[in-house]
Design a protein around this ligand. Structure first.
Ligand code: ZN
Length: 243
């Protein structure tokens, strides 16, 4: 209702721990689809330390419960005090599972070198155009959320990937809304919400992801951009319309 066209989805168990269990995703997807035709993108990142098999849980949702998109993590980074491990063989395996499932991958780019890995995956045929890339900027241990870094990534996308490749940016913490504004100015897409940032203003907790979406929509308007409807977003991403 606030204007988002894609939901990036994680689930938790009863104890509030991050979970990648297919049945929990199925339940969430059914509840979302009962209310809206929004594009559903399940995470296959899960939480630090999970195996590929565990992380692929959401891909057990098929048929009417199938997610439209699934994230594909392509490189290993430091993640605060942790290491978010994505070995080449694991990335290839996840890419194959996403392809077999029929979901569109969203390639997560936490660092500049991840673009090179993505280009390599494209060359190997493990992912295919039209591509959608998400720049996740500001994780402690990976590429920081600066204007110069975003500008660099956008330039690299134009030279490294086929025409029609789309990108979005997800700024971590206080960088979320400034990065969304740059995306609005520079022709991209923005991810906002509680996964990456819990404040709607300095020191003011957001009462859910919707107020952050509303703020991003406002920033788009300030720069002459309008947010896509779900149908428009499907067309932009090259996703089929759901029956
Ligand atoms: Zn996520």
């Amino acid at each position: 209702q606030a204007g988002a066209s894609v939901i990036h989805l994680h689930v938790r168990d009863e104890a509030g721990r991050a979970s990648q269990e297919g049945k929990r995703f199925r339940e969430a997807i059914r509840k979302i689809r009962a209310r809206t035709d929004v594009i559903i993108q399940t995470s296959t990142g899960g939480a630090v330390g999970m195996s590929v098999a565990e992380r692929a849980g959401p891909l057990e949702c098929t048929g009417a419960d199938a997610p439209d998109m699934a994230t594909l993590n392509v490189g290993t980074i430091n993640f605060g005090e942790d290491v978010f491990m994505n070995k080449a063989a694991d990335t290839a395996e996840m890419a194959k599972r996403i392809r077999a499932h029929g979901a569109m991958p969203e390639v997560e780019v936490y660092d500049a070198g991840h673009l090179d890995i993505a280009a390599d995956l494209l060359k190997q045929g493990l992912i295919a155009a039209p591509l959608h890339l998400q720049f996740v900027l500001g994780v402690k241990g990976a590429l920081s959320a600066s204007e110069a870094n975003l500008e660099y990534l956008i330039e690299r996308v134009a030279t490294m990937f086929p025409a029609g490749t789309t990108w979005g940016v997800a700024g971590i913490g206080r960088h979320q809304l400034p990065m969304a504004e740059l995306a609005a100015m520079w022709g991209g897409n923005a991810r906002v919400g509680l996964e990456d940032n819990i404040y709607v203003d300095k020191g003011v907790l957001a009462e859910g992801s919707a107020p952050l979406v509303a703020r991003a929509v406002e920033l788009c308007g300030r720069h002459g951009r309008t947010v896509a409807t779900v149908a428009e977003a499907r067309a932009l991403l090259g996703l089929a319309t759901r029956a």
